[in-house]
Design a protein around this ligand. Structure first.
Ligand code: PNS
Length: 208
């Protein structure tokens, strides 16, 4: 990260010289230095990531990923997808409210964490927000296939954006919003899988 930050301080021409020198000096090496498109280095040293998802509801696994992401990025925008085709437990507004509240309790280091909702293509939203990266959590190999497909499609649509896969702590490797809702509706405890506020709001909502 430090190297990238330093890289952003030099001009495009200087970077070309450095890359050419590196290529020349590396001619006898056993590995090539690839000529990467210069656009991978964002002009600003501010690293902003989008963490998109449904967050219906936010789980401790999501919070674990955000906390880890805070070590890598200066800003993380938690972006809740507005998806009219999907029946959700919590409304968009409720999900954003809950996220904003529970994010106050995580270790954010110096990272600014905000919550927003978005509709439509995620890469378009990410470009509008001037993001450098998309963060996605991968719990198991089973997640990987779908996530890889999405990441590659997103890269095709917006080559400037990198997808960063992050692994949550092992204890959350089986936790998903879908399973949380399922066990909750069947009367099983969800303590330790979601923040206490989520459990409370789920109980309130389902008793109405
Ligand atoms: O928490 P989820 O439901 O796994 O998140 C999926 C999400 C929101 C990241 C994905 O469905 C998405 O980005 N949707 C926005 C529409 C879009 O950009 N589709 C193309 C994906 S390649």
């Amino acid at each position: 990260m430090q190297a990238v930050k330093q890289m952003t301080k030099i001009s495009v021409n200087q970077r070309e010289v450095i890359l050419s020198a590196a290529r020349a000096g590396n001619s006898g090496s056993s590995f090539p230095i690839y000529h990467l498109p210069i656009t991978i280095y964002h002009q600003s040293s501010m690293r902003r990531a989008i963490y998109p998802g449904s967050f219906d509801p936010v789980t401790n696994g999501h919070l674990d990923i955000i906390q880890r992401g805070c070590k890598l990025f200066d800003e993380i925008v938690v972006a809740v997808l507005i998806n009219p085709d999907k029946t959700a437990f919590f409304s968009i507004q409720e999900r954003c409210e809950i996220l904003t509240e529970v994010l106050k309790d995580i270790d954010r280091s110096d990272c600014r964490v905000t919550v927003e909702s978005f509709a439509g293509l995620m890469v378009e939203y990410a470009a509008e927000r001037n993001a450098n990266a998309i963060v996605r959590g991968i719990r198991a190999i089973s997640d990987y296939e779908y996530e890889l497909q999405m990441a590659l499609m997103n890269r095709r649509l917006q080559p400037r954006l990198e997808t960063v896969f992050m692994m949550p702590a092992e204890e959350y490797s089986y936790v998903s919003s879908r399973l949380v809702k399922e066990v909750f509706h069947l009367g099983a405890p969800i303590k330790d899988l979601v923040p206490p506020l989520v459990e409370q709001r789920m109980k309130e909502k389902s008793s109405k």
